[in-house]
Write a protein that binds this ligand. Structure first.
Ligand code: FAD
Length: 630
């Protein structure tokens, strides 16, 4: 009887899943039956894939690639008419700096301007999420970043001063990231890490240079800038607008920044805090209409405090006034001294409808702003940059089709909307409560929060959401599941997870350098002859053009072989969906750490064809054109 119920529930769940996918118009990826296995499970949610046809280039694709190759050639011929730079980045906040760092690392000629005379000293953002630390690790800056902040694994809630539970990320069981925490690091420090790296790449931010106007043709963008009361012109093939919420770039493009402003304002200070609690935990205090926040920054020397602004003033923040408001919100004695930065601010929620207009792209706060609840804003801007920079380089360097650039808006716009909704919900649930809603929270909250956070699931879910490790892009012509035998492991568009390969090697150690990676995985033990064959195939991909790194990760029949990353733990197979003892898979992983292409067998020909589509590979175009025509 028990078995029957389990079987029934399984069938219902599988059908519910398919119905849900159908209702959202997001069909489940097709799974093929692995050769040699019986196909009973096909009916239960798995769809039998049609016999796979080796992808042949369509006439349209061939033409696109030929055009891209010709355009790249033309660019070379027209070198005499070169614009001043390939990419002009407007704004040296975190989003602009990250864009410039990633472009410069790929050899793109980039210039960065900022209207301010020097780097920002005040620090708005403070929460660096796991996905962002992963991005810094990808470019070798994680250690430097970690040295600038404090690791926080808990968010503690207090109602009317009393601790009522909280989130504990040690209970999140997030084995796919090495960074199971929030790094509390001031925005100014993050900008400094990026700025130093940019200087190491030979790019200096042109300070005191304000963008005044922008015009574009189908070949280039011309920016008029003002520096020391003199106007001059900078021409660029592309412009990235990273000039924040009051963006001139956005205004020049005539893009609406639609949304609203919350009525509530906040008081904020980075200062020394004397109080009965420690200085190492993130704490949120609720008391009636007031919300108070304590965020660790630099031990007991400097902490960030924030509180609902119920004062009527508009001028500079009075620290004494802030302290009084905080005492009421926290219901504990608090003394604030030595302020480094104070501010009074109002929260807005706005977005543009298009992250691209011709040759101009918008990243970060220029494209989306929202409440600081959840600490997502700066992180989202940094990942906009990571999504865009390799595409700009691929189009200019390796002859990728310009259509690749459209995928920036297609991928990042929905993420921007998701983040806006998420932070709005968090804000309304925590800071936005007033009247009877606040009373209900204060009365029943202690009981509810304690009960809910006793289970592990809320900790896991909260970490997954806040850390941004769950962000995935939809399948498209650039995110392709070529052949799947299992739905386990990351699908195309999903983030490539970390995993242990052996005692000295993690998957993230391989996926470094902000470049394309082709990873061949074999759970099946490889013979020496197979290793030789696979290495030759991978080398042919390396010689294929573009900045592609290749890796062979697996188990071997023979003695240790330096050509293979030896696997001593099943984790890498579990995390990459190699469920069967004989399974093998080939992954193309993008520079921003998302899977671009997956095939649950080692078919290098298909991989090469996909790489041509993704990043061009000018040399390959002619060869494939001839093959397709024949
Ligand atoms: C109180 C507060 C707390 C926050 N906390 C968090 C948090 O914990 N985590 C998080 O992820 N986010 C947080 N945020 C949001 C975060 O600060 C922003 O999302 C982030 O600064 C956006 O970076 P950006 O580079 O897109 O824009 P900005 O940081 O605004 O940078 C824009 C740059 O462009 C320059 N510029 C502007 N106009 C021009 C022009 N015409 N010409 C040339 N240069 C120009 C400016 O000088 C500036 O340097 C918080 C925000 C606030 C207000």
């Amino acid at each position: 009887m028990g078995l029957l119920i389990i079987a029934l529930v399984t069938v219902i769940l599988l059908f519910a899943r398919r119905f849900w996918a159908w209702a959202r118009r997001k069909p489940l990826p097709q799974i093929a039956v692995r050769p040699g296995t019986k196909g009973f499970v096909n009916g239960l949610g798995k769809v039998k894939a049609p016999a796979r046809v080796t992808p042949v280039l369509t006439a349209v694709e061939v033409d696109e690639w030929r055009c891209a190759a010709e355009a790249a050639e033309r660019q070379g011929i027209e070198a005499g008419l070169e614009p001043d730079c390939e990419v002009l980045v407007v704004g040296a906040g975190p989003s602009g700096l990250m864009t410039a760092v990633l472009l410069a690392r790929q050899g793109v000629k980039v210039r960065v301007i900022d209207k301010n005379a020097g780097p920002a000293t005040e620090s708005r953002a403070f929460a660096v999420q796991a996905r962002t630390v992963e991005l810094f690790r990808n470019i070798g800056l994680a250690d430097e970043l970690m040295g600038r902040g404090v690791v926080t694994t808990e968010i503690k809630f207090h109602i009317k001063g009393k601790p009522v539970g909280g989130l504990d990320f040690d209970r999140a069981r997030a084995a796919t990231t090495p960074y199971q925490f929030i790094l509390m690091a001031p925005q100014a420090e993050i900008e400094d890490v990026l700025l130093r790296d940019l200087e190491r790449q030979g790019v200096t931010v042109e300070r005191g240079t304000r963008l005044v106007s922008l015009s574009q043709t189908d070949k280039q963008v011309v920016a008029t800038v003002r520096q020391n009361d003199r106007e001059r012109v900078i021409s660029a093939r592309y412009v990235v607008g990273a000039d924040g919420s009051r963006s001139t770039v956005r205004e020049q493009l005539g893009l609406a920044f639609e949304g609203d402003s919350y009525t509530q304002r906040y008081l904020l200070a980075d200062c020394q805090v004397d109080w009965p609690f420690d200085h190492s935990h993130f704490r949120i205090f609720a008391n009636g209409r007031r919300i108070g926040l304590f965020l660790p920054l630099k031990g007991s020397d400097v902490s960030r405090v924030m509180v609902t602004d119920l004062t009527t003033g508009d001028g500079p923040v009075d620290l004494g006034e802030l302290q009084e408001e905080l005492r009421v919100a926290m219901n504990v004695p608090v003394t604030l001294t030595s302020p480094v930065w104070t501010s009074r601010y109002q929260v807005h929620i706005r977005k543009v409808d298009d992250y691209r207009s011709g040759r101009v792209f918008l990243v970060g706060d220029t494209a989306h702003i929202h409440s600081p609840a959840g600490g997502q804003g700066m992180n989202t801007g940094l990942h906009d940059a990571a999504n865009l920079a390799w595409k700009l380089a691929a189009v200019q360097r390796t002859g990728a089709a310009p259509a690749l650039l459209d995928s920036y808006d297609q991928e990042r716009y929905p993420i921007g909307v998701q983040v806006l909704r998420f932070s709005n919900r968090l804000y309304k649930l925590s800071a936005g409560l007033r009247g009877w809603r606040a009373w209900v929270r204060d009365t029943f909250g202690p009981f509810m929060i304690g009960r809910v956070t006793a289970a592990p699931l809320p900790h896991r879910k909260a970490f997954h959401r806040l850390s941004q490790i769950g962000i995935a892009y939809e399948p498209s012509r650039y995110n392709v599941n070529e052949l799947l035998y299992s739905l386990k492991g990351p699908l195309a568009g999903h983030r490539a997870p970390d995993a242990r390969i052996n005692a000295g090697r993690q998957m993230f150690d391989l996926l470094r350098g902000y470049r394309l990676h082709v990873v061949a995985l074999s759970r099946k033990h490889l013979t020496e002859a197979e290793i030789t064959e696979l290495t030759a195939q991978l080398n042919s991909i390396k010689a294929f053009g573009g900045n592609v790194a290749t890796h062979l990760v697996g188990r071997v029949e023979c003695r240790r072989d330096d050509r293979v990353e030896h696997v001593d733990s099943p984790q890498v197979f579990e995390h990459y969906g190699l469920t069967d003892p004989e399974s093998q898979a080939l992954y193309v992983i993008r520079p921003d750490g998302h899977v671009a292409w997956r095939m649950d067998t080692l078919d290098f020909e298909s991989c090469r064809r996909f790489l041509v589509r993704l990043h061009g590979g000018i040399a390959a175009c002619e060869e494939y054109r001839l093959a397709a025509v024949a």
